[in-house]
Design a protein around this ligand. Structure first.
Ligand SMILES: [Zn+2]
Length: 302
């Protein structure tokens, strides 16, 4: 089991310099999760050969166009891929009206079930779970109601080493306990879970914070995640502008990553004034070395 991420769009507000607006795909086992859906997402899904029928849920952070104007294209494009599986879309209040309006005026008919869940986070809470992962929503401070999302893989039971089952003549009940990491005490022997199971890969976590001002209340929420995505619309020299528009600077995103002791920081959501994210990355790395700059097409193993 592994989590990985593909960045589809890394720009703020308007597509520029080959970067479209916000969209990312999180890969987990057999399912994909689309996080935000800026204009051009449908094209990127094709370009990067993302198996769109595997998208189980679309999470939308907020209803500014650079995070959701790609929805009509993506939702209708499933028609050309004979989608029959249910699709869930989770986003702040208003998303139902947005989707239902364009479906209505375009007289669109879907061949699959579409479930739209409106959730405007005012606190940290669980909004989605399946056997592989849990997703929590939490509030970000932006000009309109905005959700951040925290994806946490669930720790799976360890696998038993085949030969050990016969060697110790393990019962079903013993196997169940050993898989959970519990040792077995028999009258004349102790069977250690560590000796009869394969090392399990640690559960991974990914936090998505776009768009937001620098907000220290996020530190506890994203503490020690394996990958933190935090928007960095501007360099810190434009911190007043960032604050006025309720965005963050590279310096601030890196400060948050450092304070929360995350493993890696991914920056993105760059203003169209920057031809490349080089200066933004330099600024982030001067505070938090394990910073990576998002670009359209970037793939990261989490
Ligand atoms: Zn934005």
């Amino acid at each position: 089991m592994a989590l990985s991420l593909t960045v589809l769009g890394s720009n703020a507000a308007m597509p520029a310099y080959g970067r479209i607006t916000s969209a990312q795909v999180l890969h987990s086992n057999n399912f994909l999760y689309l996080i935000d859906c800026g204009e051009g997402t449908r094209i990127r899904l094709s370009e990067y050969k993302i198996k769109r029928n595997k998208i189980a849920v679309i999470f939308i952070s907020h209803l500014h166009g650079d995070h959701c104007f790609g929805l009509p294209g993506v939702i209708s494009s499933f028609f050309h891929f004979s989608r029959s599986q249910k699709l869930k879309i989770i986003g702040p209040v208003g998303i139902k009206k947005l989707i239902n309006t364009f479906m209505e005026v375009s007289e669109g008919h879907l061949m699959y079930e579409l479930e739209i869940i409106e959730h405007t986070a005012d606190t940290f809470n669980l909004i989605y779970q399946n056997k592989d992962l849990e997703v929590y929503a939490f509030p970000l401070k932006h000009r309109i109601k905005t959700n951040g999302y925290l994806f946490r893989e669930l720790q799976r039971d360890s696998n038993l080493i085949k030969e050990k089952i016969t060697e110790f003549n393990l019962t079903i009940e013993e196997m169940r306990k050993l898989k959970k990491g519990l040792d077995i005490q028999r009258p004349n022997e102790l069977i250690l879970a560590d000796e009869v199971t394969k090392q399990k890969t640690p559960a991974k976590s990914f936090a998505y914070c776009s768009d937001t001002i620098y907000d220290e209340s996020l530190i506890d929420i994203v503490r020690e995640v394996d990958l933190l995505y935090h928007e960095t619309t501007y360099l810190h020299e434009l911190k007043e502008k960032a604050r006025a528009r309720m965005h963050a600077t590279s310096y601030e995103a890196a400060q948050l990553a450092k304070a929360a002791s995350v493993s890696r920081l991914l920056i993105g959501h760059y203003s169209g004034m920057y031809r490349t994210p080089d200066a933004l990355l330099d600024e982030a790395q001067s505070v938090f070395e394990n910073s990576i700059a998002a670009y359209d097409g970037l793939m990261i193993d989490i």
